[in-house]
Ligand binder design. Structure first.
Ligand code: SAH
Length: 405
């Protein structure tokens, strides 16, 4: 195996179990004897050592500023059944905290660094797991990972792989980036349903966003249900209608769902029809959020409860300033349209925008429109998206529930 030797004292963060080795921390690389070329191949397993040859761990080599992502600390090769052991551990944690329930078969099984598997996401929908690789190393290991999931997660029979949008753009990728890795029964249709807190959702992992669904809002959707009774609810950036279904079950007077994607709106209608076949109080609209809110305001429309769950406005650090302006703008528009005594659920899933910055953007929005606003809840990502305490970069979802006078 190729060995990566660190510069003096550059092992400190690894000793604290932070799993990344930056390229600037590397003194030299000793390629193994089978190697061609003068660099490790992207995705290959390497052993990381200190300058005095103490073994720090084994990880995937990457091209870029993060050169190695450690998979196992303190060993010079991956233990036998490494993938099975990690997947069992992740499943056991979710089971032991009561996440695996008859009323729900939708959960995130592996959340990258939060489950000690940097570069890997696995979401489970009923009997299918959807794997998303964010590194070439995970792409190379995809088949072993799929087998380990089926062997260790009782409900999973099929594994779909979906990494077209997540693998490094320029990396040399061998094999398919998308498709079935394991299909126990021949898939007869592309209609897949999954259950979350007793509500059924059609999941389109073939064409849908991310792995098909935003599992990370499960707990926050349940909170909307508690607040929805007799309210006129507006669910902005609704995707397949997650918050809308909970609001309907909570007894909302009306629910309006808005998304710019026609495919998402088609799924909202399918999901509402499936769960509330008699609902006459739901409306789904395909529209840009900013334009929609402006048009509604011009008509003098107001709501008791608005949900704002936009896509990540900042995908990188250098986009943070613009993103904060975006959050301020959209929140100001929403706060303006809330009836006195109404509620706003507002979120940011941009990892690069931290909680304080987001709160400041919402503060500026409230001040801009001159409404009295109080924070009732501070929300975050759920238990199946755990944050490794040594890897605070894993924190990304934050939300505020506001009472608007
Ligand atoms: N709240 C959803 C997830 C939202 S994801 C849930 O609980 O499942 C963000 C959504 O915003 C995506 O569906 C995307 O299509 C939509 N979107 C992106 N830009 C938009 C825009 N300018 N106006 C309206 N919707 C937009």
């Amino acid at each position: 195996m190729t060995t990566v030797i660190l510069k003096p004292h550059k092992e400190e963060s690894l000793k604290r179990f932070h799993p990344w080795v930056f390229s600037g921390a590397i003194a030299r690389v000793i390629l193994d004897e089978h190697h061609q070329g003068d660099e490790p191949q992207e995705g290959e397993l390497v052993c990381v050592q200190t300058i005095t040859c103490d073994v720090m761990g084994v990880g995937h080599w990457q091209v870029g500023s993060i050169a190695v992502r450690i998979l196992a600390f303190g060993v010079d090769k991956l233990p036998k059944d490494f993938w099975g052991e990690r997947i069992r551990k992740a499943y056991k944690m979710r089971d032991s905290i009561g996440l695996i329930q008859p009323s729900g078969n939708t959960f995130r099984l592996i959340h990258g660094e939060g489950d000690f598997l940097p570069g890997l996401i696995i979401d489970v929908y009923a009997d299918t797991a959807v794997i998303q690789a964010h590194s070439v190393g995970m792409h190379r290991n995809r088949k072993e990972i799929a087998e380990a999931v089926v062997a260790n997660v009782p409900q999973v029979k099929n594994v779909y792989y979906k990494s077209d949008d997540t693998l490094p753009f320029k990396a040399p990728i061998e094999g398919e980036k998308t498709g079935w890795l394991i299909a126990a029964h021949q898939q007869e249709s592309d209609e897949f349903w999954s259950l979350e807190n007793g509500l059924s959702f059609r999941i389109d992992w073939l064409k849908g966003q991310k792995t098909g669904f935003f599992i990370d809002q499960r707990e926050n959707r349940a909170l909307v249900e508690r607040y929805a009774k007799d309210k006129d609810v507006l669910n902005m950036f609704c995707y397949t209608g997650g918050f809308s279904l909970y609001a309907l079950r909570g007894g909302a007077k009306t629910v309006d769902s808005v998304d710019v994607s026609q495919k998402a709106i088609d799924l909202v209608n399918i999901n509402v029809a499936q769960n509330f076949p008699d609902a006459r109080n739901h409306k789904a609209v395909t529209a840009d959020a900013f334009e929609y809110l402006s048009a509604q305001k011009a008509e003098g429309k107001t709501f008791d409860l608005i949900i704002l769950d936009p896509p990540a406005f900042a995908k990188h650090r250098d986009a943070v300033k613009n993103a904060l302006r975006g959050y301020q703008r959209i929140n100001a528009k929403a706060i303006e349209m809330i009836r006195p005594g109404g509620i706003l659920f507002t979120f940011s899933c941009s990892q690069a925008v931290d909680k304080e910055a987001f709160r400041l953007a919402v503060f500026s929005a409230a001040a801009q429109v001159g409404r009295k606003v109080r924070i009732l809840h501070q929300l975050h990502q759920p238990q199946d998206h755990p944050i490794n305490i040594y890897h605070p970069e894993g924190e990304y979802l934050k939300g505020l529930v506001l009472y608007v006078e």
